[in-house]
Design a protein around this ligand. Structure first.
Ligand SMILES: Cc1cc2nc3c(=O)[nH]c(=O)nc-3n(C[C@H](O)[C@H](O)[C@H](O)COP(=O)(O)O)c2cc1C
Length: 223
């Protein structure tokens, strides 16, 4: 059933979903979701996003191809460079996030198998029926990736407002060549980010975890 939520409530109650019901998402719901997300702002209304929504047999084929690479520990080859070194304060936040999540799931620090299984579940799209990929043309720069970030956030928020769940995933952009090849997308389209989409399964332990945020005064200055 569709639940309408207030925007602030929608923003503050959204969380990444990492376990989904097998129920498919109808094309009508998908079209409604992405039409709403299209209202994202963009530089000079350039709307640089190009989006692939992958379902059914193609979704299974793509998951299989990505899982193969990730489980064989093939070196990642994203279209967009990862930072060479994270600033220490940010690096610490990501480590704290990982530690809290493992603790919530009762995964021990030295349980390499459980940690690896969690990493690999990214490539099964956390069992979501839809995987979404956000591309932009190779001629574009970080100028346009900002727009695509806003679009992707709209997808996450609109989905939440419609009773769907999402997890944005940089990991789905680790092997862009196989994504392009499986979907028949030209090399000139660069993959920024992926997202798993479907109806949340609240019985999955991962979905009971809620992330924290730093205190406002740690990053905000009002002049
Ligand atoms: C650009 C981006 C990339 C992300 N990549 C992944 C990922 O590969 N795997 C994953 O499980 N979560 C991923 N996340 C989800 C973040 O871990 C999550 O947003 C963050 O921990 C805050 O939690 P919340 O979304 O539940 O509020 C990503 C989020 C963003 C915005």
């Amino acid at each position: 059933m569709r639940t309408e939520v207030d925007l602030i409530e929608c923003i503050t109650s959204r969380k990444s979903i990492r376990g989904f019901k097998s129920s498919s998402v109808s094309n009508a719901v998908l079209r409604e979701l992405f039409a709403a997300a299209s209202r994202a702002p963009s530089y000079a209304n350039s709307q640089p996003w190009e989006v692939a929504v992958v379902t059914g047999a193609k979704r299974d084929e793509l998951s299989h191809n990505l899982y193969d690479l990730a489980s064989s520990n093939v070196a990642i080859n994203p279209d967009f460079e990862t930072p060479k070194e994270w600033p220490s304060v940010i690096d610490q936040r990501t480590k704290d996030h990982g530690a809290r999540r493992f603790k919530a799931l009762n995964i021990e620090r030295d349980d390499a198998d459980a940690r690896n299984a969690l990493r690999l579940s990214n490539f099964r799209f956390f069992d979501a029926p839809c995987a979404v990929f956000f591309f932009m043309d190779e001629a574009l720069t970080s100028w346009s990736s900002t727009d695509i970030g806003m679009y992707a956030q709209n997808v996450a928020l609109c989905a939440h407002a419609m009773g769907l769940g999402t997890c944005l995933q940089a990991s789905l952009a680790y092997y862009p060549d196989v994504v392009r090849k499986t979907l028949g997308i030209p090399e000139s389209k660069k993959l920024l980010l992926g997202l798993s989409l479907g109806y949340p399964d609240w019985d999955v332990a991962l979905n009971s975890y809620t992330s924290t945020r730093v205190d406002l005064d740690e990053y905000l200055k009002i002049y």
